[in-house]
Write a protein that binds this ligand. Structure first.
Ligand SMILES: *Cc1c(COP(=O)(O)O)cnc(C)c1O
Length: 408
């Protein structure tokens, strides 16, 4: 009996920190949950039996639910089945995997490409394989968590520079000389929607003989005339050494990728642990990406529709009293206070708009925001009334506080 009591006490004690942490998250309005959808990821979704206009998805070109993508994927399932049965270096490589990698290299204009299971795994795998204890990584302060985790895993020295501030980057490189180093940045910043100063990043990397790497998760299929990404957006001749991205956003499927020189890809295949030690994605998932990329290349009107929507929506927001000027499909509306942003988001849901509230730790404390994302298939009418509704609700809340509302 006695022993049993002690065991129970220990068990309770063991769980205390978890209970406390969750309580604390609730008290500070940072507790998170999941919304269950009962429909495909598309411009309209079914949530709790209601039709909502989806303005929070990363499926910018509405490819997740594209009829042609679905038919193509179904045919591949019939031929290749579902799971891949092994890692890429054992049994998990099919001709579909190779076909996608060739297409990605063509799409980004590089010698070769490699597909990882997620963008997260690509960042973690590439950064930790290229950099080790003796290296220095120069990382933008607003880089995605997967970049940060890759940096940490590498055990390299991490030097964080001010957001997109090329003078600060160069000052920090001069102050931290190294024999091996990497500059890494989001291409389109995931919570702010602004675009990296890529030509300066590439120039500075060359000058100091560092690797340059960009994360095109939100750039692929979104920026550049044909949606090819940042290099096309700036009409650059030179490319960064490493272009990574994800197949889970505008491409509408799953997986991450790395594009660059053949020698880089061969090195990653041999050394990158998140590539080597995980079962590869199924051929069907690869096939969805192939079809989506082909559609982007062959039907440029999709990317054009998205870019037209971005311009139009920002204009509607300005007419509703909210400063907005984004070149990407991410349009943040900074509210500041965590509780308030939750209330605003809830009110938008009630009125039929699925718009996410983004809080710490995704963004800094006190810079909570609505993060509106657009799709190529939103109609002008939908965008106009969305901007008006946001304007009305935000202005109502503005009345009760002195906080400033603007996009960044
Ligand atoms: C989403 C995202 C990733 C991760 O990609 P997944 O395929 O979702 O794992 C990496 N970097 C950035 C900037 C992202 O927004």
């Amino acid at each position: 009996m006695g022993a049993e009591k002690i065991t129970n006490t220990n068990t309770n004690f063991k769980w205390n920190f978890i209970e406390n942490t969750l309580e604390n998250l609730k008290e500070t309005n940072l507790y998170r949950g999941m919304n269950e959808l009962n429909s495909a990821q598309s411009a309209h979704v079914n949530f709790q039996g209601k039709d909502l206009l989806m303005l929070a998805s990363n499926s910018y070109l509405d490819m997740s639910n594209d009829p042609q993508v679905k038919i193509y994927t179904k045919n591949i399932i019939d031929e290749y089945g579902v799971g891949s049965g092994g890692s890429r270096l054992t049994t998990g490589t099919t001709s579909i995997h190779k076909q996608l990698e060739s297409l990605l290299a063509k799409f980004k204009g590089t010698e070769a490409a490699l597909v990882y299971n997620t963008g997260y795994m690509a960042n973690v795998g590439v950064i930790s394989t290229l950099c080790s204890k003796d290296a220095i990584i120069f990382s933008d302060e607003l880089n995605h968590a997967s970049i940060i985790d890759g940096c940490r895993l590498s055990q390299a020295k991490i030097v964080v520079y001010r957001h997109n501030d090329m003078n600060d980057l160069e000052d920090k490189i001069i102050a931290n000389p190294c024999s091996r180093g990497l500059i890494v940045s989001d291409a389109v910043f995931s919570m702010d929607g602004d675009i990296v100063n890529l030509s300066r990043v590439v120039e500075i990397a060359e000058k100091y003989e560092l690797f340059s790497m960009i994360d095109e998760a939100h750039a692929t299929g979104v920026i550049g005339e044909r949606g090819l990404g940042t290099v096309e957006h700036y009409h650059m001749d030179k490319k960064p050494d490493i272009t990574m991205g994800t197949l889970s956003k505008a491409i509408g499927s799953e997986g991450g990728f790395v594009c660059g020189k053949e020698i880089l890809i061969e090195y990653l295949k041999n050394k990158s642990r998140s590539f080597i030690f995980s079962t590869s994605l199924s051929p069907a998932v690869m096939a969805s990406s192939i079809k989506a990329i082909e559609l982007i290349l062959n039907e440029p009107q999709r990317v054009q529709a998205l870019q037209g929507n971005i311009q139009y929506f920002c204009q509607c927001l300005r007419e509703s009293g909210i400063e907005a000027d984004s070149k990407s499909s991410i349009i943040p509306i900074v509210i500041g206070n965590e509780k308030k942003v939750m209330e605003i988001s809830k009110e938008l849901f009630e009125q039929g708009y699925y718009i996410s509230a983004i809080r710490y730790p995704t963004v800094k404390k006190g810079s909570a925001r609505l993060r509106v994302t657009l799709m190529s298939t939103h109609t002008k009418e939908e965008l106009k009334r969305t901007a008006q509704t946001i304007g009305n609700i935000v202005n109502k809340y503005k009345g009760v506080t002195n906080e400033l509302y603007s996009t960044i």
